[in-house]
Design a protein around this ligand. Structure first.
Ligand SMILES: [Zn+2]
Length: 232
């Protein structure tokens, strides 16, 4: 199985999480010539306060919103796993799917959600983060983990770096000063989730948040992550 490798793989629990967390960095990486792909784990079909909204319709809308955001950013490919929203489990099937994609696209960097937030946190986020970390090590690395993947030509792959968003212990900041506007535009594609984000007040509120994350740096705006480097 031959697929063009992508330097960066973003694994997001729901459509819209990636835009909130990492779209500024995604846009910068793409400007720098990197290939970025998205893996969207759930279909987001519970994410509405409107009781008249049918879950199937919401899932369809959110997929379109995700595709529009990804297109705006220049993301090469979006892979939808379509697990039901709020029902993600740490299963061997889900883990193997992530391993398969890591081996297929051979990313240097995997970006996902930090599973170690204490107290309140979305269960799908916790499970996504944990399963992706497990998939990176040891399952994507080891020949004997999935003999059937090997038979399909999917060789083990060693990811170099993991960036976890939403971390209580950020240790790495990414400059989004030049890509803030496109991040907000991409976020705005998720209208079913964020409404209208284009007003000057809303933009300024968000700018403030990313300004705080860049405090002490010689640039204005940052996204923050917990970075894990892997020395194989
Ligand atoms: Zn989410």
């Amino acid at each position: 199985m031959t697929v063009k490798p992508a330097q960066v793989m973003v694994v997001t629990p729901h459509p819209d999480d990636a835009e909130s967390a990492v779209a500024g960095s995604v846009a910068r990486w793409i400007c720098e010539g990197k290939d970025v792909i998205y893996v969207v784990c759930t279909n987001g079909d519970k994410g509405s306060n409107d009781i008249s909204m049918e879950p199937e319709e919401l899932a369809r809308i959110r997929e379109q919103e995700q595709l529009a955001a990804a297109k705006l950013l220049g993301v090469r490919e979006v892979i939808f796993l379509r697990y039901p929203d709020q029902a993600l489990e740490d299963t061997s099937e889900f883990r193997k799917e992530i391993v398969r994609l890591i081996r297929m696209y051979q990313p240097e960097t995997v970006v996902t959600v930090d599973p170690y937030r204490r107290y309140l946190g979305h269960r799908d986020h916790r499970i996504t983060g944990r399963v992706v970390l497990d998939a990176i090590f040891p399952y994507a690395r080891d020949f004997h983990s999935y003999p059937d993947l090997l038979e399909q030509g999917l060789q083990p792959h060693r990811v170099r770096e993991v960036l976890l968003w939403g971390s209580e212990e950020p240790n790495y900041r990414s400059n989004i000063t030049d890509t803030f506007d496109i991040k907000i535009a991409a976020l705005g594609c998720h209208r079913s989730q964020v409404g209208d984000v284009s007003s000057p007040e809303s933009k300024e509120r968000r700018r403030q948040r990313y300004r705080m994350l860049a405090e002490g740096e010689d640039y204005e705006l940052a996204e923050a992550f917990h970075r894990v480097e892997l020395w194989w």
